[in-house]
Ligand binder design. Structure first.
Ligand code: MN
Length: 201
């Protein structure tokens, strides 16, 4: 069964002005599509063809670089679109809010630490909020790796991930990754992040 590009759950311009429509068109329609196409090419005619996306991701250390990079790209972007949304932002609530305050002191302190991890990721990668052994942690990964991978430095269940590849922000923010990371909080869908959190703990 070939992997397919999931539809964006909102319009390309729905995240304006924080993420511009052209970036969303290229990011979803070209970059994410390319990960899907290249993943299909890389697994064609091999035993990996019949594995689920999550199975491939979890076995990143034992698959070829082409499969690892593209299954990671497909999983990460599918996850990313779902945790963004229009009419989003604001503060997390309930158990997630309590857990953030317990782990990081406050929501503001959490955002500061998360953004520092994203700014500090040299080159391309992702910054994550994940559940590890029942506790929240912040980490970043290079390229299209993620915390589900057997090769991850810090393994756990991601509940929030932000793409810090230049293709995620360059058209609007150019070299200003910190500005992009400052703006992204306006479009985080905390209901979705909470759903991931409740499943992970
Ligand atoms: Mn991307």
């Amino acid at each position: 069964m070939a992997f397919t590009l999931p539809a964006l759950p909102y319009a390309h311009d729905a995240l304006e002005p924080y993420i511009d429509a052209l970036t969303m068109q290229i990011h979803h329609g070209k970059h994410h599509q390319a990960y899907v196409d290249n993943l299909n090419k890389a697994v064609a005619g091999t035993p990996n063809e019949n594995k689920s996306l999550k199975e491939l991701v979890k076995s990143a250390g034992t698959i070829s670089p082409a499969v690892r990079n593209n299954c990671g790209g497909h999983w990460n972007h599918s996850f990313f679109w779902e945790i963004l949304g229009p009419k989003a932002g604001g503060n997390p609530s309930g158990n997630l809010s309590d857990a953030i305050n317990a782990a990081f002191g406050s929501f503001d302190a959490f955002k500061e630490k998360f953004n520092a991890a994203g700014v500090g990721r040299f080159g391309s990668g992702w910054t994550w909020l994940l559940v590890k052994d029942g506790k929240l942690e912040i980490n970043s990964t290079p390229n299209q790796d993620n915390p589900l991978m057997d090769v991850a430095e810090v393994k756990g269940s991601p509940i929030l991930g932000v793409d810090v590849w230049e293709h995620a922000y360059y058209l609007k923010y150019q070299n200003r990754r910190p500005e992009y990371l400052g703006a992204i909080w306006n479009v985080i869908n905390w209901n979705k992040v909470s759903e991931h959190f409740e499943k992970a703990i």
